[in-house]
Design a protein around this ligand. Structure first.
Ligand code: NAD
Length: 505
C-alpha cells in the first residue's frame, strides 16, 4: 500500500501493481462468446480490448461478436428452448434461478473486484451491485410459482387464459451497472420460461462472461448465451434478428430509438430503459445536513454514471446557501482515487471517451456563464493522471435550456437552481425530455407527496435516493423508456397471452 507521503509516481506505480495483482486473481478464463454452453471463437476471429479505466492498461482481449455469432447464439437458444427449457416446469426453473443466486453469493468478492477493474466503480459500490444481482435472481425465483393463468366459465364456453414465453429473447446491457442490469434482464426472462441471447457493453464485458463461467454447471446449455461485441455490429444484429421474439434494451435514448426501429422490421416486442435528467427538490423545512448527504449521493454515486442520477437540484432559497455550502464541503471531503480501495468515494469514469464527453459539457457550461461552485476539471493529482478521473462538479447560474442542463452528462456534475415559487419550480423540473426518476426532500409528508405526484417521472424517492427494491417497478415516463423492470409486471414483458376459448356445445 502506498501512503500519502509517497511521491505521485510511487502512488501511481503502487495502484498499477494492485490492479495487476487483482486482474491476475479475478479475470475470467474465457473471453469468447458463450454459446450453447461453450466458449467458442468468433466467426471473424477478431477481438477488441477492454481497458481498466483506473490505470489505462488493457485488461483483456475479447471476442468481437458480429452477425454470424448472433445467428449462432439465436439458433443455440432456440435449440435449448425446444429441446429442454420449455419442458422445465416452474419448480425446476425456480431451482435454476436460486442456484444462480447462490453461485453469485459464493463468488461475490471476486465478482465485485472484477466489476471494479472493468468499470472503475468503487469496490464498496460494486459489492452492493453484486448483492443486488443475486437478489434479482432470488426475487424472480420467488415469483415463478405464483402463476397459474385464469379460467372463465361463460355460458356454453369455457375460457382459459395462459401466459406463454416468447421462446428466445435478445437483451442488451450498458456499461454503468454491467452485472446488475444483466440480472434485471436475465432473471425475469428465464423466470418467464425464455432462453436469452445477451450482449454486454463493449466497455465492460468481463463480469458477465465470468458469470457465464460460474453458472455453466447450473444452467442447461443454450438457455443463457452471451455475445460480446459492439453495438452497431452484434447489438444491431440482435435487435433486428427475425428469430428473436422480444428485445429488452438498457442504454441511451438515442440508441433506444434505433433499437425500436430495428425491432419494428419484424414487429418484435420491445422494452426500453433509457436515459434521465432527474430533478431533486429540496424544501425549506429540511435538516440541511441530511439534505446534503442525500443530494450528494443522488448525483455522485457510481461517479454520476447512473441513469436515475439526480443531476438537477432545485433547492429552496431559504436553505440554498446552507445546502450549497454543505455540498462544497462534502465534495472537499471526498476521497477520489483507486476504486479497489474500500475508502474511495469516487473512482474514474468508465472510459476516455466518457471523460471527453463530460469535459465538453463542462466547457459548454463555462461558455454559457455557469458558475462552478466546485470542480469543473480533471483532478490535479499526478497519481491519477493515467486514469479517467473527473472532479465532482457543482454548477449554478445556467439557463435551464442550456445543453448541460437538458442533456444527460452521465458524470459527476450537478446543475443547481434556487426556487421560491412552487409552480414555477415544478414547471422547470418537468421541462426536460426525460422522465425516469426524481427526488423530494422534505419533512412535510403532504408537501412531499404533492411534489412526487407533480414530477413527471416513473420513480420518485421521498427522503432517499437510488434505493431500488425488487418488487417496486422501475422505468421511465416520456423519452426515458417503455416498460418496467424489477417487479412482478416485468414477467409480463417476457411472455405473451394466449386465450383458449372452448365451446361446450
Ligand atoms: P449506449 O446506448 O451507447 O449503449 C448501450 C448498449 O447498447 C451497449 O451494449 C451498446 O453496445 C449497445 N448499442 C449501441 N448501439 C447499438 C445499436 N445500434 N443497436 C443495438 N445495440 C446498440 O449507452 P451507454 O453509453 O452504454 O450507456 C449510457 C446510457 O445508458 C446513458 O444514457 C444512460 O442513461 C442509459 N442507461 C439507462 C438505464 C435505465 O435503466 N434507464 C440504465 C443504465 C444506463
Amino acid at each position: 500500500m502506498s501512503s500519502q507521503s509517497d511521491s505521485p509516481s510511487d502512488q501511481r506505480d503502487a495502484m498499477q501493481q494492485r490492479h495487476e495483482e487483482a486482474a491476475n486473481e479475478v479475470l475470467p478464463e474465457h473471453t469468447d462468446p458463450y454459446i450453447g454452453g461453450d466458449f467458442t471463437a468468433v466467426a471473424g476471429e477478431e477481438t477488441f480490448e477492454t481497458i481498466d479505466p483506473t490505470t489505462g492498461e488493457v485488461l483483456a482481449s475479447v471476442g468481437r461478436g458480429r452477425e454470424a455469432d448472433i445467428d449462432r447464439a439465436v439458433e443455440a437458444a432456440w435449440s435449448a428452448f425446444e429441446g429442454t427449457w420449455s419442458e422445465y416446469g416452474a419448480g425446476r426453473r425456480q431451482r435454476v434461478l436460486t442456484a444462480i443466486a447462490e453461485t453469485i453469493d459464493e463468488h461475490a468478492d471476486e465478482l465485485a473486484r472484477l466489476e471494479t477493474l472493468d468499470n472503475g466503480k468503487p469496490v464498496s459500490e460494486a459489492t452492493i451491485d453484486v448483492r443486488g444481482t443475486a437478489e434479482q435472481f432470488r426475487y424472480f425465483a420467488g415469483l415463478v410459482r405464483g402463476d397459474s393463468g385464469e379460467t372463465m366459465a361463460e355460458g356454453s364456453r369455457y375460457g382459459q387464459v395462459i401466459e406463454e414465453p416468447y421462446g428466445v429473447v435478445g437483451q442488451i446491457v450498458p456499461w454503468n451497472f454491467p452485472l446488475l442490469i444483466t440480472s434485471w434482464k436475465l432473471a425475469p426472462a428465464l423466470a418467464a420460461g425464455n432462453c436469452s441471447v445477451l450482449k454486454p457493453a463493449e466497455q465492460t464485458p468481463l463480469s458477465v462472461l465470468r458469470l457465464a463461467e460460474l453458472v455453466d454447471d447450473v444452467v442447461p446449455n443454450g438457455v443463457i448465451n452471451i455475445v460480446p461485441g459492439y453495438g452497431e455490429e452484434a447489438g444491431a444484429a440482435l435487435t433486428g434478428h427475425p428469430d428473436v421474439r422480444k428485445v429488452a434494451f438498457t442504454g441511451s435514448t438515442a440508441v433506444g430509438k434505433q433499437v425500436m426501429k430495428s425491432a419494428a422490421e419484424h414487429v418484435t416486442d420491445v422494452t426500453l430503459e433509457l436515459g434521465g435528467k432527474s430533478p431533486v427538490v429540496v424544501f425549506p423545512d429540511v435538516d440541511t445536513r441530511k439534505a446534503v448527504a442525500l443530494v450528494s449521493s443522488a448525483i455522485f454515486y457510481n461517479t454520476g454514471e447512473c441513469c436515475e442520477a439526480g443531476s438537477r437540484l432545485f433547492v429552496h432559497e431559504d436553505v440554498a446557501d446552507d445546502v450549497l455550502d454543505g455540498l462544497v464541503a462534502a465534495i472537499d471531503d471526498m476521497t477520489i482515487g483507486d476504486p479497489l480501495d474500500e475508502e474511495t468515494d469516487l473512482g474514474p469514469k468508465v472510459s476516455g471517451e466518457q471523460v471527453e464527453r463530460t469535459m465538453e459539457y463542462l466547457e459548454q457550461a463555462q461558455d454559457e456563464g455557469g458558475q462552478f461552485l466546485a470542480g469543473g476539471d480533471r483532478p490535479d493529482d499526478e497519481a491519477l493522471a493515467g486514469g479517467c478521473f473527473v472532479e465532482p462538479t457543482l454548477i449554478e447560474g445556467l439557463d435551464h435550456d442550456s445543453g448541460a442542463v437538458q442533456e444527460e452528462i452521465f458524470g459527476p456534475v450537478l446543475d443547481v437552481f434556487r426556487w421560491e415559487d412552487y409552480d414555477e419550480m415544478i414547471e422547470l423540473a418537468n421541462d426536460v425530455e426525460y422522465g425516469l426518476a426524481g427526488g423530494v426532500i422534505s419533512e412535510d409528508i403532504t408537501q412531499a407527496n404533492r411534489a412526487a405526484r407533480d414530477i413527471e417521472a416513473g420513480y420518485i424517492w421521498i427522503n432517499s435516493y437510488h434505493d431500488l427494491v425488487p418488487g417496486l417497478p422501475f422505468g421511465g415516463y416520456k423519452q426515458s423508456g417503455i416498460g418496467r423492470e424489477l417487479s412482478a409486471d416485468t414477467l409480463d414483458h417476457y411472455r405473451q397471452t394466449k386465450t383458449i376459448n372452448l365451446s361446450l356445445r
